[in-house]
Every structure is written in C-alpha cells, then in structure tokens.
Design a protein around this ligand. Sequence first.
Ligand SMILES: Nc1ncnc2c1ncn2[C@@H]1O[C@H](COP(=O)(O)OP(=O)(O)OP(=O)(O)O)[C@@H](O)[C@H]1O
Ligand SMILES: [Mg+2]
Length: 431
Amino acid sequence: MNIYKEWGFYESPFNTSALQSNENGMSLLVGRDTEIGQILRRLFTPTASVTIEGLNGVGKTSLVNVSLFKAYQNFFDEETTSLFIPCGKTFQITAETTVDEFVSNLYLEIAQTLIRRSEELKNLGFNLPSNSISIDKWLNSTHVTTWQATLGPMGGGKNIETNTTNGFTESGFKVQIDNWLKEIFPNEENGAVVCIIDNLELLETSEQAKRQLERLRDEIFNLTGIRWVMCGSLGIVKSVASTPRLEGYLHNPIEISSVKRQFIKNLFEKRIKYFSTDTNQTGYLPLTIDDIDFLYEVLNENLRNTIHYCDQYCLYFVDKGITAKTNSDKSKFFLSWLQGEADSIMSSVEGQLRPRALKLFNDIITHGGIFSPSDFEKFEFNSVAALRPQVLELERVALLSSTIDESDNRRKTIQVTPKGWLTSFALRQKK
Ligand SMILES: Nc1ncnc2c1ncn2[C@@H]1O[C@H](COP(=O)(O)OP(=O)(O)OP(=O)(O)O)[C@@H](O)[C@H]1O
Ligand SMILES: [Mg+2]
C-alpha cells in the first residue's frame, strides 16, 4: 500500500526527517559547502561551542549532522589529526530538564557512542579499558533500558538509580567515562565526542534558555573530550550567546538561511535517485523537478514545507485516481492542485479579513515574511499597539504565527505560515 514502493522507491523521497550523521546523510546533503566550512572552522578552533541559528525547517539539524560526520571522516582521510566523533544521540532541553538528569543522560550516550566506535578506536591504539565489556553489558541491561524508556527523548524527571545495578555507582560510571575521554582526547587538539543540543527554541523564551544553559554551564561546557553544537530558531540562540554568564563559552551563532534556489533541482534529483530501487532508472513521481522547484519558491524557500507538500500531492494524486505519464501532464495536474489548494485557503480567509489586515499581509510578504512588533513603522503603523490587532486578525486565520518572548518583547518573532505563502500565491495569481 505504500505508494512510493509501488512507484519504485525503497523509501519515500519526501520524508521530512533530518539527514543523519552518516554516509547516507552525506550523500543527500546539497548546497551547504559554505556553512559546513563555517561549522568545521569553529569546531577545529577549540574553546567555545558552535552555535547555529535559522528558521524552522531550513535544514539546521541536517547540516550539523552531516558536518559532524565530515569532521569525523576528515580524520580517517588524514586531513586532520583531530578526531571528532558525533555523539549517537541529539539532546534537547526543556524548562523541566534538571542538571542531574541531563548529565546522566549525556554520560550514558557518550559511553554508548564510544563503545559503538570501539573497533575504530582500537585500530587507533585506544583499547577501551578491560571493564568496557562490563560497562557495555551494564548499558544494555534491562535496568538501563527501562531507565532510558522512562526518561524519554527529553528526560522525564524520574529518579535515576543507576547505582543499584552491577556495581556501577552513578559517580563511578561517570568517572570511568571521564577517564576514557581523557585517554582518547588528552588535549583539545586531539578532538572530542561532539554533542548537539537541538531545538533550543523548545525553551520558548530566551530567559528560560539562558537560565537552563547557565545551570548546565559548569557541568557540561568544560568537560575534557566533549564539545557542543547548539541549534535553535527565532533568535533564541543569539540572545543566549550574548548573555554575560555564557559569554566566552559560545561562538556567535552561524546564521543559516534557506538552501539557495539554484541547488534545489539537484537536491531533489539526488534524493529521487538515491531512494529509487532500480539504479538505472529512477522511480515514478507524479510531479516534475521543475514543479518541485516552483513549489519551493511558492513556499518561500522552506525545505521541510516543500517536502511535506510534495508528499501531500502524491497522496492526493493517488486518492483521485489521476494518471499522468508525460511531464507536461504531470505539471498540468500539479499546478492545478496547487492553485486549488491556494484558492481554497484564500476563499476561506478572505471573507474574515478586513482591508487593513489584508494590506498588512501583503506588506509583510513584500518585506520577506518575517518581522517583529518593533517594525511597526515599516508597515505604516504609529505604534506596536496599533499593529497588534491586525496581526491578531491574521493569526486567527493562521496566515501568521508568532513566538512570544514575554521577557523581551523586541524578540517576538512573527512569520508567515505555509498557508500564508499559499495565500500570497493565490493573491498574485488574481492580480
Ligand atoms: N542541504 C540539504 N540537502 C538535502 N536535504 C536537506 C538539506 N537540508 C535539509 N534537508 C531536508 O529538509 C528537511 C528539513 O531539514 P531539517 O530537519 O534539518 O531542518 P531544521 O532546520 O533542523 O528544522 P527544525 O527547525 O524544524 O528543527 C529534512 O527532510 C531534510 O532531510
Ligand atoms: Mg532541526
């Protein structure tokens, strides 16, 4: 029943998950040479953590994952003498995450990462100490598995009783891992295990993000053999990086913008080829590369939304029992679907919007689709208060969404949603 399998793919080419830190991720990442360079330069220039800032869905996690894999490979290609090993799991922090929980989870993941790499490490002359076998056994014991399950991806705030199993007290375990790290990475130049804290915006306000990272600061930022990359969106990383208590610990954020339009066709061609079961012939898709490229433009160059809409279209195509073999037929059906989607959104919101809100919407689009309340003059309002009701009107019909940072109003970010970009497309067609 999987439409993509029926079309000759072993997996959907329109999967929206981030690219992984491995060969596959490396083959699929397109158009990010400059940014990879920026990340690697900061990684290879020790002392501070690498930070990344960019809008949702532009490709931050994929970029970091692949950059870290590249750093790892550089060592084996003898391009560098620093060995960076990507940690097997990505971390997230919420307002509820405690320092103890975070650190325990961190050490568990570091241990697993090192054990997974023990063969490579052995070839480099690092024999993980003999008790690594018992650590491995301990890590894979039911107790720890249960512990991980209750902890969940972000940590669930449970009491951790690691000291009850197989004689490894929590601190004993930590000391053991610290010793391994010191042995493998005695100096910063030797490299590190690199850990990612992703989606910092989960902390919602920059005040919360600062507080949480300040709490973690002494526990995690000075550890031998561990380096950090932090990612987030909507200005949160920037505001965290400038806080006095974290200054010096974090590099200024690398700002990640959309993958440039010129790379999009190649990006999707690679994806389609990569997931095709037949190496000589790509699988069937009911839309062309040009259609995808056009969709990317309509959706304001957002990769995640573009991939998602491609997937939605494929399902619609099958649901409706459409057949299209030639490229011109494919494009004809696709464009009429896109137009239909856009028109239906527009007709459902148009009646609800007053002329001032509609004008504001058009002006926001002209200004790039993202702004903060302090930009009120740009939109011909006299004050933030005058702008607010119009923004609320647009938010009510889901053409805009905003992120509120009550600790600092200036950092509130308001942006056009995918629905908004489709409306803008419909409005353009009408003109
Ligand atoms: N440079 C790239 N080349 C090919 N595919 C990419 C690239 N960057 C991102 N993608 C794809 O785009 C989608 C979104 O990427 P990703 O999850 O990395 O974005 P993100 O910025 O981390 O999103 P979020 O802010 O929601 O965490 C994924 O499906 C990923 O596979
Ligand atoms: Mg991400």
